[in-house]
Design a protein around this ligand. Structure first.
Ligand SMILES: Nc1ncnc2c1ncn2[C@@H]1O[C@H](COP(=O)(O)OP(=O)(O)O)[C@@H](O)[C@H]1O
Ligand SMILES: O=P(O)(O)OC[C@H]1O[C@](O)(COP(=O)(O)O)[C@@H](O)[C@@H]1O
Length: 305
């Protein structure tokens, strides 16, 4: 069974403003609202690909209720912990000449809420997949993901981590099955700009030396690279298409990779599904559907040569 954990779910409010001017009144010409947060997006895309998962995490207030309701309408199974403190955030994604994002801090999560999460984690079984994804509310320690991995050590659970900076670096000694930084996040970790695929692979290798098993690095419109625990490396150009909304492309990539991997444990296939699912989401207003992913896979063979 697959479980995703989203510490800081959101309602993603996606707006289009023809010409955004800072410091002035701007008006939108299109508004969309979706449940979001990285683990939640992974659960939605897995559902689109035909795989059931359960979305765990913390929700609060009326926004939290709306997130839960919308996921239920999509057929995504949720088992959230309802926090009595504040509101789940609304993250604004503005498309104008550029894409601008303002992500909220999120509600305060109490120790009692965290204990409830650990009760759920204690029910995990050998072979389960746990996907820890996204930021944590600012009230929580940067050791949170590491603490969870430490707690689950030796239980045979495959853990995927998609997070930034310390939250990610601290889990490496606990050997996550997969990490998916983008090249900018990798650059932040190593304090140097990493843009070329050769360099990305080199730094992905350093993340492996620090303990990661498989390292998938996304590079938005430049594609991706993968370094596997059995010593293989893969590179891909990004499939070509018109970008409609790249929010959730990284999460879609994680879902696509896990879907591809679960077919027959083949890393090439996992990588191809990962890249094409990421791009299919970027080329669509909403998160990718299975039909969109498979059409892109068929038409993007050149990207993997
Ligand atoms: N502009 C784009 N054109 C084509 N594919 C894209 C584009 N942006 C993202 N993707 C696809 O989605 C994947 C993840 O995107 P990326 O933006 O790197 O992730 P994140 O959202 O985590 O930063 C990329 O590796 C690529 O396959
Ligand atoms: O938890 P964070 O890092 O603040 O990110 C939350 C945001 O990331 C998203 O999950 C999208 O992530 P990606 O574009 O990186 O795939 C949004 O749905 C959400 O608003």
């Amino acid at each position: 069974m697959i479980y995703t954990v989203t510490f800081n779910p959101s309602l993603d409010y996606i707006i289009h403003v023809e010409k955004f001017r800072a410091g002035q009144i701007n008006r939108t010409d299109e508004e969309l609202i979706f449940p979001g947060g990285k683990g939640i997006n992974v659960s939605i895309v897995l559902k689109h690909l035909g795989i059931e998962s359960t979305a765990w995490g913390f929700v609060a207030g009326f926004t939290g209720k709306e997130i839960e309701k919308r996921l239920g309408d999509m057929g995504v199974r949720t088992d959230f912990i309802v926090s009595e403190n504040g509101l789940s955030r609304i993250n604004v994604k503005m498309h104008s000449d550029e894409e601008t994002e303002i992500n909220g801090r999120g509600p305060k999560i109490l120790d009692a809420d965290i204990r409830k999460l650990y009760e759920k984690l204690d029910g995990l079984k050998t072979g389960d997949v746990l996907i820890l994804s996204g930021s944590i509310p600012s009230s929580m320690p940067e050791t949170m993901y590491m603490d969870i991995m430490k707690h689950l050590q030796g239980r045979g659970i495959n853990i995927v981590v998609d997070a930034t900076r310390d939250l990610l670096v601290k889990v490496l000694p606990y050997h996550p099955f997969l990490i998916k930084p983008n090249n900018h996040e990798l650059s932040e970790i190593f304090g140097t700009e990493i843009t070329e695929k050769d360099d990305v692979l080199n730094y992905a290798g350093k993340m492996q030396e620090m303990g990661a098993r498989n390292v998938l690095v996304s590079m938005a419109g430049e594609g991706a690279v993968l370094l596997t625990e059995d010593g293989q490396s893969f590179r891909a150009e990004a499939p070509k298409g018109k970008v409609e909304n790249s929010v959730g492309a990284g999460d879609s990539m994680v879902a696509g990779f896990m879907y591809g991997y679960m077919q027959d444990h083949d890393y090439q296939k996992a990588f191809e599904y990962g890249v094409c699912t990421g791009s299919a989401s970027a080329f669509s207003k909403e998160l990718a559907t299975k039909t969109e992913v498979e059409a892109l896979l068929k038409n993007s063979r050149k990207c993997f040569e």
